[in-house]
Write a protein that binds this ligand. Structure first.
Ligand SMILES: Cc1cc2nc3c(=O)[nH]c(=O)nc-3n(C[C@H](O)[C@H](O)[C@H](O)COP(=O)(O)O)c2cc1C
Length: 188
């Protein structure tokens, strides 16, 4: 079982990363393979709507890692999309990745029935908008989303502050264990 987590924060050790790690722990304890891909801070093109992907099955941009990440998504069993809240939305890097991977993979149907989950961090407000937008990606691709004991968001500003949000950490523990449970049922 392979779980891929995309970290939309440009801070590789920030709160978003720490939330991802907490969620992955129960999955790692089951012996599942996990990988965190650092999307934030990577120079990525936005989708240019050329629709070349409809013919070639690849994004036309070859000078950034999006095609490589798309290949990894094809073989993953579960995909986590995680982002801090920036002006009530996800980071621009994660958005670029979502638009381009969605356009390449959407028509193939390959994401259907893979497991997906969003994770969001905010200092104060706007996290639900990010959460809902990430959920829309899983929804439009017929993915299956495990839930938790609260919506998958945590509160913190400086790196590491998320460790003070006990409920968020508990929510990540439950999300990870629900994801493990679901993966087991789906692959029984
Ligand atoms: C450009 C920018 C915009 C932000 N906008 C918001 C916002 O709209 N709402 C909010 O609650 N926090 C906002 N924040 C705070 C971050 O979401 C918060 O610091 C978060 O913990 C960062 O996660 P990270 O440590 O994973 O990078 C913003 C931060 C930056 C740098």
């Amino acid at each position: 079982m392979k779980i891929l987590a995309f970290n939309g924060s440009p801070r590789p050790k920030g709160n978003t990363r720490q939330m991802i790690e907490r969620c992955l722990k129960p999955l790692q304890e089951k012996g599942y393979e996990t990988e965190i891909i650092q999307v934030g801070g990577t120079l990525l093109h936005g989708c240019k709507a050329c629709l070349a992907c409809k013919k070639t099955g690849r994004c036309v941009f070859n000078d950034d890692p999006v095609n490589e990440w798309i290949e990894k998504m094809k073989t993953a069993d579960a995909i986590i999309l995680a982002s801090p809240t920036y002006y009530a939305n996800m980071t621009s890097e994660l958005k670029a990745f979502i638009d381009r991977s969605g356009y390449v993979l959407g028509p193939t149907g390959i994401l259907a029935r893979k497991v997906g989950a969003p994770i969001v961090v905010a200092r104060r407000g706007g996290a639900m908008n990010v959460y809902n937008t990430l959920m829309a990606y899983f929804g439009i691709h017929s993915m299956i989303v495990p839930m938790s004991s609260y919506w998958n968001l945590g509160i913190g500003r400086e790196q590491g502050e998320i460790q003070n949000d006990e409920e968020a950490l508990r929510t990540m523990d439950n999300l990870g264990s629900n994801m493990a449970w679901l993966l087991e049922k789906l692959h029984a």
